[in-house]
Ligand binder design. Structure first.
Ligand SMILES: Cc1cc2nc3c(=O)[nH]c(=O)nc-3n(C[C@H](O)[C@H](O)[C@H](O)COP(=O)(O)O)c2cc1C
Length: 237
């Protein structure tokens, strides 16, 4: 992998006719943030096609816990619902005339040096992530081609299923496999639950935020991502 990948080639890889803003390597800025006590950001991405539903609600709880962990942390929730993200563009295919592509406007947001942690949330669809989530993660090839622009950012995963044991854990592992390919630092939910990520149950009757077990894992994931992101920022890694 070339290390002098130019901004122009990065934008091409991102399919980025509409990208604005710089996408730069993370490490030096993270170091600066940690040592100067500046804020770092943790971004949650909801990969449900349904806006504002159980995945987004669970991520909000997760992000609130991250923000509560330290005053230097700010958080942002991005919902992919309604966005057009075509996974096949990851293979280098050109945009069709008139085809809409929202991925490029996410590129500067995620590769922003202030972003030290990313939490991916997805509903479980037949034992795996949603197709929207997979398309989104396939497009991360743009970061990989840009000198691994997400390298050393901390990543955590949250999955919401319609059953208590509906495949949340295998779904989390599937998302994690894609994130490993970005040289991200993958963490699970922290103590006391301390397993592979946030596993939430939408029972279809009460608000998902009443799933006490799932919300504990969501909070512990948010806090764990925050803790490790701060440690990474302090060491400059
Ligand atoms: C196509 C489809 C497949 C699903 N497959 C599963 C599944 O395998 N396991 C499960 O627990 N829930 C499954 N569900 C339920 C969703 O994971 C659940 O409703 C989730 O809360 C939806 O997230 P959202 O409210 O953010 O859209 C499925 C839902 C759909 C639409």
């Amino acid at each position: 992998m070339t290390t002098d990948f130019t901004r122009r080639r990065f934008m091409e890889a991102a399919g980025a006719a509409i990208v604005t803003g710089a996408a730069t390597a993370t490490t030096s800025a993270q170091a600066a943030a940690g040592s100067r006590g500046q804020t770092i950001r943790i971004v949650g991405i909801s990969c449900s096609p349904r806006k504002g539903k159980t995945t987004a609600a669970s991520l909000r709880v997760c992000l609130q816990a991250a923000a509560k962990a330290d005053p230097r942390i700010d958080v942002e929730l991005i919902e992919l619902a309604g966005m057009k993200i075509d996974g096949s563009l990851a293979a280098g295919l050109p945009l069709e005339p008139g085809q809409k592509d929202d991925f490029p406007r996410l590129v500067p947001k995620l590769s922003d040096p202030r972003v030290a942690g990313i939490i991916i949330g997805t509903p479980v669809y037949f034992g795996n992530m949603t197709s929207l989530c997979k398309a989104f993660l396939d497009r991360f090839i743009a970061f990989r081609k840009n000198n691994f622009a997400l390298s050393n950012k901390v990543a955590g995963v949250l999955a919401v299923g319609g059953a208590r044991n509906g495949g949340q854990e295998v779904t989390i592992q599937s998302v994690q496999a894609a994130l490993f390919c970005q040289e991200m630092i993958i963490v699970g939910d922290g103590r006391p639950t301390a397993r592979i990520g946030a596993t939430v149950w939408n029972n279809g009757k009460s608000p998902v935020t009443e799933d006490e077990f799932g919300m504990d894992t969501a909070k512990n994931l948010g806090r764990r991502v925050a803790e490790v992101a701060l440690k990474m920022a302090a060491t400059g890694k």
